[in-house]
Ligand binder design. Structure first.
Ligand code: F2R
Ligand code: MG
Ligand code: MG
Ligand code: MG
Length: 307
């Protein structure tokens, strides 16, 4: 596999934040008018990230701190996520995960807090997948990245599909980071590798559907129907993956496609942006967008510590 360069590590984190911040104004809309998206791209205002990037920053900092030792300290990580929510509750969090954070802040162990909702099953939302990209920088193999991802997910998302989705996104980020940018991305092999680390019927079904959709190149609205665009992991991680696989060498187009899918736009675009940025590197991301990104300096510094 191709080694990770500093530029690609930066691309991973900056791509995530750009997708999040550009997609955020459209979150929850059934459809996105391309003209509205162009207006957002050209606006002079700062690009402000939401919970997706806020929690990815927490995870990246945690990985950087524990790099030489344990890599992931779940009890501490749970408290760090909950602290980030308490410090900035206005970052566009939904209603679910903050309830878990509230219990953790009150001293409830994360293993109990995450099972206190949804009849003891816990959340299958995309909230652990949206923040997981930095794990791809810490994983020493595809399987290691997927395993670390599951552990990072468990502190907020007890449901197996919340964890499968997180493993899928981290593994995709690992493969994107280590892909050879001088050759076209081998889509069938990419999807085959993901199927090896995400062993679940409903996920294999989605991965098969993605292979077919990459051949048909559907409009974004059709991708929403075929794969989903909601805040569940199963209804958004595959959609982000499609946005990337249709545009693996153009991060701006991957992000645009993901936003035009509608629904959970910030999160789908954050996941697609992380994958595309990891493949192209930060130097290929639109400079005009990066200049507006409020968290850019912090993200670059963290990428450098992790690469
Ligand atoms: N939630 C939002 N945005 C909507 C609200 C924005 C707000 N109005 C504002 O602008 O301030 N954004 C962020 O949340 C998503 C990540 O969600 P997470 O952290 O996984 O949360 P949750 O609530 O656990 O799951 C999301 C939804 O999935 C459904 N669900 C999950 N588990 C379920 C289960 N076991 N049974 C049934 N349904 C389940 C629920 O509908 C949850 O609401 C990202 O979009 C992020 O940007
Ligand atoms: Mg968000
Ligand atoms: Mg969202
Ligand atoms: Mg370094």
């Amino acid at each position: 596999t191709t080694p990770i360069t500093r530029d690609r590590a930066r691309g991973l984190l900056l791509g995530l934040a750009l997708g999040d911040a550009l997609g955020a104004p459209f979150e929850g809309r059934d459809s996105v008018d391309p003209a509205d998206l162009v207006a957002e791209e050209l606006a002079p205002s700062g690009l402000v990230h939401t919970d997706d990037t806020a929690l990815a920053l927490v995870l990246a900092e945690h990985l950087a701190e524990h790099r030489e030792t344990t890599v992931l300290e779940e009890d501490l990580l749970a408290r760090e996520f909950a602290d980030a929510w308490r410090a900035e509750p206005w970052r566009g969090y939904g209603s679910g995960t903050p309830k878990v954070f509230g219990l953790i802040n009150a001293g409830v162990p994360w293993r109990d807090a995450t099972r206190a909702f949804y009849q003891g099953q816990g959340s299958f939302g995309n909230g652990a997948a949206m923040r997981v990209a930095p794990i791809a920088l810490a994983g020493t193999s595809l399987h290691h990245a997927a395993e670390l991802a599951r552990r990072s997910a468990a502190v907020t998302h007890a449901h197996k599909h919340g964890q499968h989705g997180t493993a899928c996104q981290a593994a995709a980020a690992y493969l994107a980071l280590h892909s050879d940018p001088t050759h076209p991305l081998p889509v069938p092999a990419f999807l085959h590798d993901l199927a090896r680390v995400v062993r679940s019927g409903p996920w294999h079904e989605k991965l098969d559907r993605i292979a077919e959709l990459v051949r048909r190149r559907p409009e974004p609205q059709h991708a929403a129907t075929a794969l989903g665009n909601d805040a569940s992991a199963l209804g958004s991680v595959p959609t982000a993956l499609l946005a990337f696989l249709l545009n693996p060498d153009r991060a701006n187009d991957a992000i645009r496609y993901a936003i035009r899918v509608g629904g959970d736009t910030d999160t789908i675009a954050a996941m697609a942006g992380a994958l595309a940025g990891a493949r192209t590197g930060a130097a290929a991301l639109p400079a005009a967008w990066l200049r507006r990104l409020a968290a850019a300096r912090r993200l670059r510094a963290l990428a450098d510590r992790l690469s």
